[in-house]
Design a protein around this ligand. Structure first.
Ligand code: DAH
Length: 344
């Protein structure tokens, strides 16, 4: 009986409502709930001891008011906490990818000039209906030399010129072995380009580097002639260096073409009058080419007279040097950002 008497319902309600209002987090609100509505709270103990109807009704009214206050406050706090989270955890999906987190601008890279030329060459040949095929940077001497008709005494076979990984394993010295792999995998018509790294044991100078890239072309079909080779190279050179370009052939020797030619393109800088870029000749050397030597058909097990074709190989860095006016080949490998950023 004295417990009931000790409880002042009005004060109890005021205290409870004040605690509800003071709770600024859901956790604090829970604590207050235990204190004012829990099983051992003054209100619950008083309710348990109620003896008369009037006290019971008063205490029940207090309980309802306090419970309602808790419910309303809980609703408010939940909404506030949700809004807070939505505000702080917001991800702006419209920001560019470089702008995340603290809105720090991540620097955007640029494509390397070798990559730019590689893509351009690929696009040109894809436009001609050629297929782009991968090669192998590690080759056997069989593919790098034997299959391509290099005689035993050829200086390119020397470990002083070529990087050997084993007695019969080399870092390929040219992309031409890709021709053999393609011919072994498929009968003509073949129209392919293969682009990639090649390795030679050279000292590093302004004009030579032991690693560089080549693009290699091979076309084998019925009745292909030198005119097809010249027309194709003329088209490609005009795409790369401008519609006014001309192409000329100088005879040369390669072990895997017969006849062999070195193609020159008329100088894009002086138009043929003579300047520093073409060494005052009006022409710029572009690489090697020729009619596929029937020895290769024999090597892959085809009949000698069945097909005819042409092949060519050129330097990617050299093309980029001419396209972008890059004097020193070492710039391609030094990763100097001041150089690379120019190709934005
Ligand atoms: N592989 C030669 C070199 O690296 C270039 C070359 C010449 C490629 C004639 C060819 C070709 O496909 O037919 O010097």
């Amino acid at each position: 009986m004295d417990t009931v008497a000790a409880v002042d319902p009005e004060r109890l309600q005021q205290e409870a409502l004040a605690a509800v209002a003071a709770a600024s987090t859901l956790a604090e609100l829970d604590e207050a709930r235990v204190q004012y509505l829990g099983r051992r709270s003054a209100l619950k103990l008083a309710l348990r001891d109620v003896r008369d109807r009037e006290t019971g009704m008063t205490l029940n009214a207090v309980r309802e008011a306090v419970e309602a206050a808790f419910a309303a406050r809980e609703e408010d706090l939940r909404r506030a906490e949700l809004e807070e989270r939505l505000a702080t955890e917001r991800v702006d999906v419209t920001l560019p990818a470089g702008l995340v987190g603290q809105r720090k601008l991540r620097p955007r890279g640029t494509l390397h000039p070798s990559t730019l030329v590689r893509r351009e060459v690929e696009d040109i040949f894809l436009g001609l209906g050629y297929e782009i095929v991968d090669g192998r940077e590690v080759e056997t001497t069989r593919y790098n030399f034997d299959a391509l008709g290099f005689p035993e005494w050829h200086p390119a076979r020397s470990p002083r010129d070529t990087l050997y990984l084993g007695d019969e394993t080399v870092l390929r010295t040219e992309t031409s072995p890709a021709q053999i792999h393609k011919m072994e995998s498929q009968r003509p018509p073949i129209y392919m380009v293969s682009i990639g790294r090649v390795y030679r044991r050279d000292d590093i100078t302004a004009t030579r580097y032991p690693i560089f890239h080549q693009f290699e072309g091979l076309a084998i079909d019925d009745g292909i002639t030198m005119a097809d080779l010249k027309g194709t190279l003329l088209y490609v050179m005009r795409e790369l260096y401008g519609p006014e370009r001309e192409v000329r052939f100088r005879t040369h020797y390669f072990p895997f073409t017969e006849p062999s030619m070195e193609p020159d393109v008329s100088c894009f800088n002086c138009g043929g009058a003579g300047c520093a870029i073409c060494k005052h000749s009006g022409w710029i050397e572009m690489g090697g080419s020729g009619i596929v030597d029937p020895y290769l058909y024999e090597f892959v097990g085809w009949g000698l007279e069945e097909y005819s074709g042409f092949a060519f190989g050129m330097g990617v860095e050299r093309t980029a040097q001419l396209r972008y006016g890059i004097g020193d080949i070492r710039a391609f490998w030094e990763n100097d950002l001041r150089f690379l950023r120019q190709f934005r």
